[in-house]
Design a protein around this ligand. Sequence first.
Ligand SMILES: *Cc1c(COP(=O)(O)O)cnc(C)c1O
Length: 381
Amino acid sequence: MTENRIYLSSPHMGGDELKYIQEAFDTNWIAPLGPNVNAFEQELAEFVGSKGGAALSSGTAAIHLALRLLNVGQGDRVFCSSLTFIASANPILYQGAEPVFIDSEPESWNMSPDALEQAFVDAANEEKLPKAVIVVNLYGQSADMDKVIEICDRYGVPVIEDAAESLGATYKGKASGTFGKYGIYSFNGNKIITTSGGGMLVSDDVEALKKARFWATQARDQARHYQHSEIGYNYRMSNVVAGIGRGQLKVLDERVRVKREIFERYVEAFKNVKGFDFMPEPSYGRSTRWLTTLTIDPEKCGFSRDDMIDALAAENIEARPVWKPLHLQPVFEGCSYYPHSGDESVSDRLFEYGVCLPSGTNMTIDEQERVIECIRKLMMK
Ligand SMILES: *Cc1c(COP(=O)(O)O)cnc(C)c1O
């Protein structure tokens, strides 16, 4: 008997999505732009407490537009978290700029303020400060934004907050994604809420958001004919897709609650296991626990991260290593990298030992028990 596949995090509709899609069909708004797009922008901005949002085709597009709004161009430098999905940094290359990767700190697994400081000291000495800093909030957990922003402010460099994985999280009571000059969210299929694919750029600078929407629709000048004085993109979210987003936003709080319960169940099951260390949640904020992640020390528990992934795969359960740091990716070979301290690269260690466990909010308790049992069997071997 092969049992149902258990995924890391699969789409989970709330119920109202079809209603908004139906409205789009009834009014024949099957185009980009339209009432769902405007409403989704307003509703999401209100949810996170930002002055506005621009709904886009992806989170990657949002990062790209944020970089362009900050005038990042050929030969410029951009600092970026190393432990992340490649989408955080690819847009730096789209703009012809040079990424400099910053390690994680052990406390949050996110950007190390110590490594960031060191990168700034060197850049200031070379008289080549970055044009922007991209700070990523991993697996539902905010970076230590006060520390990061204090350093960036001191050097007068704006922050882009990649909150693709942290929508619904808070830092000191305020929504993750609203700390930088620009914040970005993703609604890709595996994210905490999804539109099947999409993204949002948020900011308190509503003029900048207007510019982003302009670039996102091929930069069409005001004219009867098609006229263009700048390079644009086809980056806008469609009115059908935005309907899914409106429905999903209504269940976001509920999704966060369930994600945290899933995390607690894993912690409860493995709390006495030597060598298992769950991703920490610093007291400054509240993580969504988008994915339950932990490190596994093979010296202490007798099996490795890969042994665990193999054992789960054999039972049709998806698990994955923590992101491979970008400074180790072949495509970024030769780029500068600043470790947390002289002899400690935190992201290398998290990649070597870290694993993400199934954390989908539509996973049943029985299914989660199946995951836990499979890991217990591995421990008995
Ligand atoms: C998913 C993700 C993105 C990109 O979002 P898309 O909507 O897939 O383009 C960017 N950064 C991080 C950290 C992500 O996890």
